[in-house]
Write a protein that binds this ligand. Structure first.
Ligand code: UDP
Ligand code: XDX
Length: 301
């Protein structure tokens, strides 16, 4: 039987009672990274809040420098809001999704951590218990990725553009053993704290590909699992924004595979101004934050 057959749940059936029973005395933190997500964060929080006290022990929205009403709406919906500058204050924050996921490790205590994006549209309350299933009910699992149909704007599929155009080809070239992951970049995943605190976090959008590469390097493929979450709709960014994201993902993938590349990277994109096409050069950081275990050791000494 292949890894795909052993570690893929196409029709997960864990009930909340199953999860609570399997959880035992282990604790679960749910973390939502949020940058200017006032339109959607409250609904995502609302799908997790009913699980507090049973499946979930803490629900945190990590504010990533929002300038809108994200923090206020998240708190009103029932989450504890942590501003990135308020955790590890001795380390000035850098921009990026991975930065706040990394800092969340210092702001939470759960033995298991579940990450959900805050820009989800119509999120399913089953996301969290389903992601926890393999971690709590199976042996040797340290990272569980969600997979789903991914609508793109008004189309019923077509989402996951960086996944299909960059992540899958890069994994095929550099780490084909991970080719069985259906959504390697998905923002809905769960992992053990032991794993998360032992590896670096790419501070930008490379965080997801960095974590799957590090999980396989540390535990082998058996340490990873994936669960069907049905459908995942979210705010879809522009192609140019995804170009910058893709460059961060590529930089992290190359680094984890021992291939050096510029940091920061220079990415030239083009915009039409009148009848001309002019270059716009962006400086793209591909840096990592060190394993939290090392940082804790430093800050607590
Ligand atoms: O600097 C950042 C960039 C993104 N995010 C959050 O990370 C999640 C995924 O980001 P985004 O939606 O930009 O990525 P996409 O899903 O479009 O690939 C969302 O909850 C964002 O609010 C964040 O907290 N800080
Ligand atoms: O999967 C993808 O290709 C990108 C873009 O998705 P869409 O084309 O906007 O549906 O979205 C993911 O990538 C990011 C980088 O890993 C993650 O941080 C996001 O959570 C995830 O949505």
């Amino acid at each position: 039987m292949s890894w795909f057959e052993r570690r893929t749940w196409q029709n997960p059936g864990w009930t909340l009672d199953d999860i609570v029973a399997a959880k035992g005395d282990r604790t679960v933190s749910v973390v939502l990274p949020a940058l200017d997500e006032e339109d959607t964060v409250a609904e995502v929080v609302g799908t997790v809040r009913p699980l507090l006290g049973t499946v979930v022990d803490e629900l945190v929205v990590m504010d990533s420098g929002s300038t809108d009403a994200t923090a206020e709406l998240a708190e009103r919906a029932g989450a504890r809001v942590v501003h990135r500058e308020d955790v590890l204050p001795e380390l000035p924050p850098v921009p990026g999704k991975g930065e706040v996921l990394w800092r969340s490790l210092a702001a939470t205590t759960g033995d298991v951590v579940v990450f959900l994006d805050s820009d989800l549209v119509d999120p399913d309350p089953a996301f969290v218990p389903t992601l926890l299933g393999p971690l709590l009910c199976e042996e040797g699992v340290h990272l569980v990725k969600g997979f789903y149909r991914r609508p793109l704007r008004l189309e019923s599929s077509g989402g996951g553009r960086v996944t299909e155009l960059l992540a899958r080809p890069v994994l095929s070239a550099l780490r084909p053993s991970l080719s069985g992951l259906i959504q390697p970049l998905g923002g809905e995943y769960a992992a053990t704290r032991d794993f998360l605190e032992s590896v670096p976090f790419a501070a930008g959008y490379g965080v997801e590909i960095g974590l799957i590469l590090d999980a396989e390097a540390r535990y082998g493929l058996e340490g990873l699992a994936q669960v069907n979450l049905g459908v995942r709709k979210h705010r879809n960014r522009s192609l140019l924004q995804l170009g910058v994201m893709a460059r961060q993902i590529l930089g992290t993938a190359l680094a984890r595979c021992g291939i050096k590349s510029d940091d920061p990277a220079q990415l030239t994109q083009f915009a039409q101004v009148g009848d001309e096409w002019l270059p716009e050069v962006a400086e793209v950081s591909v840096s990592d934050r060190p394993p939290m275990r090392e940082v804790r050791g430093l800050t607590e000494s």
